[in-house]
Design a protein around this ligand. Structure first.
Ligand code: F6P
Length: 366
């Protein structure tokens, strides 16, 4: 009987609890034992009660919940070999040799490295007398399957990450709220949204709220951005618009590209156009609230597929990550998806935006 564990790691996102529910229930439905690792890699290193066997009813009601009900943490100990050795011991103690990790690219990379190192960790545990050779015989190979949970939608190779549509919904709701007061006072608002180095949330929020202007890390402003933005805003005002919404992705100024800060935009709107302007940073509200229908569906279908991938895997199969491409749930090589994502980030870092967009698979005019 296979014993499969699930954990969430890195920044939480809406739908992660739904993914845990799906993995637990599909594991049980497949005749295997399900475990949850609490508090991400921290729980794996600590072991004991942090790795808990899960029953069908333990995850009842988790589908719609925001965040992750099994907790998440950034774990320094797991970054060092002694931490990973302890994690391997804890897993063998519980008889677990398959781990489904729901997190961002950093968490998934950590998981794949753990799998690569696994045989040498097991060997060390035998050498140092923790286990006898015959005790570790069933644990020669570690199975890892990735699920991408992040509000940022920043993993190359999948159309949507678990949580990104809930976060987009939160942003739209917040902008709708701001719209009402902006309209009343004929004000301008500069709204900063999350996304790390990825502009997906900002771009889609701009489209979905009818914003006047959007700043993205992947498409930094030209040297004429001040005139361009003011012209657009002025044109909209002349058409009778009583409010102005400018969305700034956090990555558009954090990354020191052509660094545009929300306050710079505010000063320009106020100084050049004479608009009464406020800045709103939406912050962690974007990671809160319940999961929208899309994320519940994605978490469930992908969680089920993750368990199937565990059951199909052999020591030779590279760790898969479960993606969605053109509405189909597919398995891809975890490390290839992570490498591609890192290449996108590097291309953005060196301001090679065309390559970044091409690597993401976007079509655009040369
Ligand atoms: O990756 C998710 C995310 O919310 C990013 O959009 C943001 O940059 C970051 O995490 C914030 O991290 P923290 O919650 O640690 O402040």
């Amino acid at each position: 009987k296979k014993r499969i564990a699930v954990m969430t790691s890195g920044g939480d996102s809406q739908g992660m609890s739904g993914a845990v529910r799906a993995v637990v229930r599909q594991t049980i439905a497949s005749g295997c034992d399900a475990f949850a690792v609490y508090e991400g890699y921290e729980g794996l290193v600590q072991g004991g009660d942090m790795i808990k066997q899960m029953k069908w009813e333990d995850v009842r009601g988790w589908l719609s919940e925001g965040g992750t009900l099994i907790g998440t943490a950034r774990c320094m100990a797991f970054k060092e070999r002694p931490g990973r050795l302890q994690a391997a011991k804890n897993m063998i103690d519980k008889g677990i040799d398959a781990l489904v990790v729901c997190g961002g690219d950093g968490s998934l990379t950590g998981a794949d490295r753990f799998r690569g190192e696994w045989p040498s960790l097991v060997e060390e545990l035998v050498k140092n007398g923790t286990f006898k050779e015959d005790q570790v015989k069933p644990f020669k190979h570690l199975n890892i399957v990735g699920l991408v949970g992040s509000i940022d939608n920043d993993l190359a190779g999948t159309d949507a990450t678990i949580g990104c549509y809930s976060s987009l919904q939160r942003i739209c709701q917040a902008v709708d709220y701001i719209d009402a007061t902006a309209f009343s006072h004929q004000r301008a608002f500069v709204i900063e949204v999350m996304g790390r180095h990825c502009g997906w949330l900002a771009l889609m929020a701009g489209v979905s709220t009818g914003a006047d202007f959007v700043f993205l890390p992947e498409n930094p402003p030209s040297e004429h951005w001040e005139t361009e933005m003011c012209d657009v805003v002025q044109r909209h005002r002349k058409l009778g618009k009583r409010k102005t919404i400018v969305i700034v992705a956090e990555g558009a100024h954090d990354r020191q590209l052509n660094a545009i800060s929300p306050n710079q935009v505010k000063d320009l709107l106020a100084g050049k156009l004479g608009l009464d302007t406020r800045v709103t940073t939406l912050g962690h509200v974007q990671r809160g609230g319940t999961a929208v229908a899309y994320d519940r569906m994605l978490a469930t279908l992908q969680g089920v597929e993750a368990v199937k991938a565990v059951l199909d895997s052999t020591p030779e199969t590279p760790s898969p990550v479960i993606c969605i491409v053109e509405n189909k749930i597919v398995r891809k090589s975890l490390m290839e998806a992570v490498k591609l994502t890192q290449s996108v980030a590097e291309a953005i870092e060196r301001k090679d935006f065309k390559s970044a967009m091409k690597l993401r698979g976007a079509e655009f005019d040369e």
